[in-house]
Design a protein around this ligand. Structure first.
Ligand SMILES: Cc1ncc(COP(=O)(O)O)c(C=O)c1O
Length: 376
């Protein structure tokens, strides 16, 4: 049996959780949270980051930080998870869906400018499958039109674009540490504050609108209510799991890349013969081996492949239903034809099993089974 995903838990995670519990400091911002920040600073040069309860709430925090107002418009790819759009729709901002590129399935930067109106306030980009989006042209458009860029880097921890880390490419970067992600704390996330002037307010918003973090830092005696906010702070026990995963950063990355590269090597003949399409990587990026997806020639072929793999106890996953054509998207009055590339790919993409403890032999077995099903 080859599951779709399985979290890699070693002795290190267990040891760190035990230590966190014995610290008698189970709420947020404890010693393990600080160690996580040190890891991100050391590895990626990230100076200002706050752990959150999920990637979803990191995106919600970003939406609060940019003061979105009802009626503001946000440009967002339709090919993403609901959280990217929910985050600003909770502020009553309106999604304006942008189509994707045929190679990376990231937001098509050439389509962004046409979507800007005098209500546009921000662009929410997504680094789909751990492959950073075309940040430079998008940032240029944002600068020209005075828009914020929120980077949904939920899947892209450790990937780079022109040598800069995913999460650092826009005004705010949002990570997920959900169990399906490369580095996990079960449920959790992080917001990267790329402009330090937002850090104080971010700390307040994350702490129910209070300046409690300043008390913990010894800067004030009493904390009080300063702003709107919510409870976005995760337990230090969860941060202990994430610290252990960051301690194993290279090991986890290398294992995932070994599986990813096995798929890429093993399936290239099928790509050449047009049974499927393998991922296409731009030259200016490095990726973190988060996801391996293939595109089948038709939706029917994709569905047959999923079912046949399942019969062989290999669990592949069919990815997103594009937001603009989902029930929620349709209820907002969106036309399924408005993002033709997204529409075309949405029901042909298939995500293969990929997790750190998956062996290269397992990946070969998935390849052989795919060949057997598609080429018989
Ligand atoms: C692109 C994207 N954004 C946001 C999220 C939400 O992250 P979380 O599950 O940590 O809330 C996910 C999770 O799958 C995601 O893939």
């Amino acid at each position: 049996m080859i599951p779709f995903n399985k979290v890699s838990i070693s002795e290190k995670e267990i040891q760190c959780v035990m230590e966190a519990l014995s610290n008698h400091k189970a709420s947020g911002d404890g010693p393990f949270t600080m160690k996580v920040y040190e890891e991100f600073q050391k590895r990626m040069g990230i100076k200002h980051m706050l752990l959150t309860t999920s990637g979803t709430t990191a995106l919600e925090m970003a939406s609060l930080l940019i003061d979105l107002e009802p009626g503001d418009e946000v440009i967002v790819p339709s090919f993403t998870f609901s959280s990217t759009a929910n985050a600003f729709m909770l502020r009553r901002a309106k999604p304006v869906f942008c189509d994707i590129r045929r190679d990376t399935m990231n937001m098509d930067e050439t389509k962004v400018e046409d979507l800007i109106t005098d209500r546009t306030k921000a662009i929410y980009t997504v680094d789909y499958a751990g492959i950073p989006c075309e940040a430079d042209p998008i940032n240029k458009i944002a600068k020209d039109h005075r828009l914020f860029v929120i980077e949904d880097a939920a899947q892209a921890v450790g990937s780079t674009y022109h040598g800069r880390y995913a999460g650092t490419l826009g005004d705010f970067g949002c990570y997920s540490f959900h169990e399906t992600k490369n580095y996990s704390m079960g449920e959790g996330g992080g917001i990267v504050i790329n402009d330090p002037q937002y850090m104080d307010r971010a700390e307040i918003i994350r702490e129910k609108g209070t300046n409690r973090r300043q008390v913990l830092k010894g800067m004030v005696d009493k904390y009080t209510w300063h702003d709107i906010g919510s409870s976005f702070l995760p337990s230090d026990v969860l941060a202990a799991i994430l610290y252990a995963q960051m301690f194993r950063y290279d090991e986890i990355m290398e294992k995932r890349m070994a599986v990813w590269n096995t798929y890429q090597e093993g399936l290239k003949d099928l790509d050449r013969q047009e049974y499927l399409r393998c991922p296409i990587l731009p030259e200016n990026i490095t990726h973190n081996g988060h996801m391996y997806n293939i595109i089948l020639p038709t939706a029917e072929k994709r569905d047959v492949l999923v079912d046949e793999l399942k019969k062989r106890q290999i669990y592949a996953y069919i990815c997103y239903v594009p937001l603009h054509s989902s029930p929620m998207g349709r209820s907002l009055g969106y036309d399924p034809q408005q993002c033709p590339v997204t529409e075309d790919y949405g029901d042909r993409v298939l995500r293969l099993p990929l997790y750190a403890d998956m062996t290269v032999e397992d990946a070969w077995s998935v390849v052989e089974n795919i060949k057997d099903i598609l080429c018989r």
